[in-house]
Design a protein around this ligand. Structure first.
Ligand code: TXE
Length: 499
């Protein structure tokens, strides 16, 4: 769609240097409501020219004394204020996101209520960021380090949790003194464009926070390869991440990647079967499986297998699928038609590869429109098929039996991903052993999908690198400067006279 049709759909421009600007080519595209499959608003289709304009604006704001000379305490105050304004508009923002990506309104209400805590956490850290004095091994030298921001940060976010995944980048980047250009997913830009309306009210100088909208090509590409971008924070798929790394390497920008996983829940024979089953269901069917930490594999010990499986199947076959804006709905649609087709393809593949379809596996009846899919469970005898190894990013669970601790550690690690692992057991020593042995950035014991601003998230291998959240994230947005001061009163000897 290159022209705005004569409709009353809402139209969003881009937020650049404190102003709402139209795209340089005047083009807009439609954003769809996954519950109906119908367009509900228009988003500005940014160009490479727009990217150049917004990065320059962010760079000017970075150098401008209004931001550059602000103390950490003052920056912390602004970040806290932004969190408070988000808390005031939480209900409205939750609705925007539900309309745009199909996530349950009740999940979004919970998320939006908690989101300000991330701003408060980083605001509280602001005046605890400091360098150190080094006990240097040379007489008459006073040496210290200071922490400095990097410059313009490019934040590229996906469609599955736009505001949460933006917050993980925005709050530490600002507290550290950077300026930021956010490119939300073309599928779900609206909630962020609503959120940035609060930036000016919070008191940030123009150009500190900017949003450029549009597609990976050309917007994402030109943003990640822009020479003035010093830091790229990316959440998305591994294929796109490879482009991002190639682009940013041209200018040696610092990069973090958060790319999803094939995370297992491991249920030992001494686990509480009902708790484990609820954890597994929350892990894979929450957000219709479109979560980076989706627990898409469940390894059940043979002695507890039938019991857990029974609870799983009973509850999953009762899940209420429906309009995500309704309070009683338990599972909404997938965010895009492409994602629905991807899930259908993987389900066919699972059947062709010999997986046993236990429940689900198709679009639910009674929906004339919208991108819905049933919660689906497969049984497998091993972890070798593609659907047990590749990220589906949908409501599809693979269940696999095991007998020994060593065996299940090997099964859990037999994936190219390394993001999250759930362990279900009453044996604390075993939980510690297994937590140490599994390859993952996050391990949950007798819980799953717990989050907090205080705890870092991130992974290894195909799940990416670097950490978001927690204190560590501050370091991802700063660099150290070391200062040497000669305190001696003696004159400096001629460097070419050997002593
Ligand atoms: O993501 P993309 P897609 C996984 C999941 C999913 C798959 C594909 O398995 O099925 O990835 O999803 C921007 N330069 N995850 O295709 O393309 C794009 O506009 C710079 C896991 O939707 O990675 C969007 O803003 N940017 C995951 C962002 O990248 C580019 C979340 C993510 O989109 C670009 C999402 C380019 N050349 C998908 N091309 C998680 N970790 O939770 C696209 N983009």
């Amino acid at each position: 769609m290159t022209e705005l049709a004569a409709t009353n759909l809402k139209k969003y421009n881009m937020y650049v240097n404190g102003e709402w600007i139209e795209p340089s080519n005047g083009e807009y595209f439609q954003s769809y409501n996954p519950a109906t499959g119908e367009p509900w608003c228009y988003i500005a289709k940014g160009t490479a020219e727009d990217v150049d304009k917004v990065v320059h604006a962010a760079h000017r704001a970075f150098l401008n004394s209004e931001w550059a000379n602000m103390t950490f305490t003052e920056r912390g105050r602004l970040v806290r204020k932004l969190g408070e304004l988000i808390a005031e508009r939480a209900e409205e923002l939750a609705e925007f996101e539900t309309r745009d990506n199909g996530k349950l309104i009740r999940e979004m209400r919970g998320q939006l209520k908690y989101l300000p805590e991330f701003f408060y956490y980083y605001a509280g850290l602001a005046d605890k960021i400091h360098g150190e004095t080094l006990p240097i091994d040379k007489r008459d030298m006073f040496v210290f380090t200071s922490k400095e921001p990097l410059g313009v940060v490019a934040a590229i976010t996906p469609w599955n949790s736009p505001l949460y995944l933006t917050t993980l980048k925005l709050a530490p980047a600002l507290v550290a003194g950077n300026t930021i250009v956010i490119k939300p997913s073309e599928v779900t830009s609206a909630s962020l464009l609503e959120l940035v309306k609060l930036v000016e009210e919070a008191g940030f100088p123009p150009g500190v926070v900017n949003v450029v909208t549009g597609f990976g090509q050309p917007v994402g590409d030109s943003l990640t390869s822009h020479p003035l971008v010093r830091r790229v924070a990316f959440t998305g798929g591994p294929e796109t991440a490879r482009h991002v790394v190639r682009n940013s390497s041209e200018n040696f920008a610092k990069v973090t990647l958060e790319l999803g996983g094939k995370s297992p829940n491991i249920v030992f024979d001494d686990a509480d079967p009902a708790n484990a089953a609820m954890g597994i269901i929350a892990g894979i069917f929450g957000a219709s499986g479109q979560s980076c930490v989706a627990g898409s594999r469940a390894f059940l010990h043979v002695d507890i297998y039938d019991k857990v499986m029974q609870i799983l199947v009973d509850r999953v076959s009762q899940i209420k699928i429906g309009d995500p804006l309704m309070d009683e709905t338990e599972m909404g649609p997938l965010a895009t038609k492409t994602q629905l087709e991807r899930v259908e393809k993987y389900v066919d593949l699972g059947i062709n590869e010999g997986g046993k379809l236990i429940t689900g596996g198709k679009k639910p009846g009674g929906f004339k429109q919208g991108w819905y899919f049933e919660p689906t469970i497969f049984e497998h005898t091993n972890n070798k098929s593609r659907i047990t190894r590749e990220e589906i990013f949908g409501p599809v669970l693979s269940v696999i039996p095991f007998k020994e601790e060593e065996e299940v550690i090997q099964l859990a690690n037999s994936t190219d991903y390394g993001l999250a692992v759930g362990i279900w057991s009453k044996d604390g020593a075993r939980a510690h052993r297994v937590a140490k042995a599994v390859r993952a950035g996050i391990v949950w014991v007798n819980t799953y999908r717990s989050i907090s601003p205080i705890a870092p998230i991130g992974g290894s291998g195909l799940s990416g690198f670097g950490r978001e959240g927690g204190y560590e994230a501050i370091n991802e947005y700063m660099q150290s400067k070391v200062v040497w001061i000669n305190t001696s009163t003696e004159s400096i000897p001629d460097p070419f006279i050997m002593r």
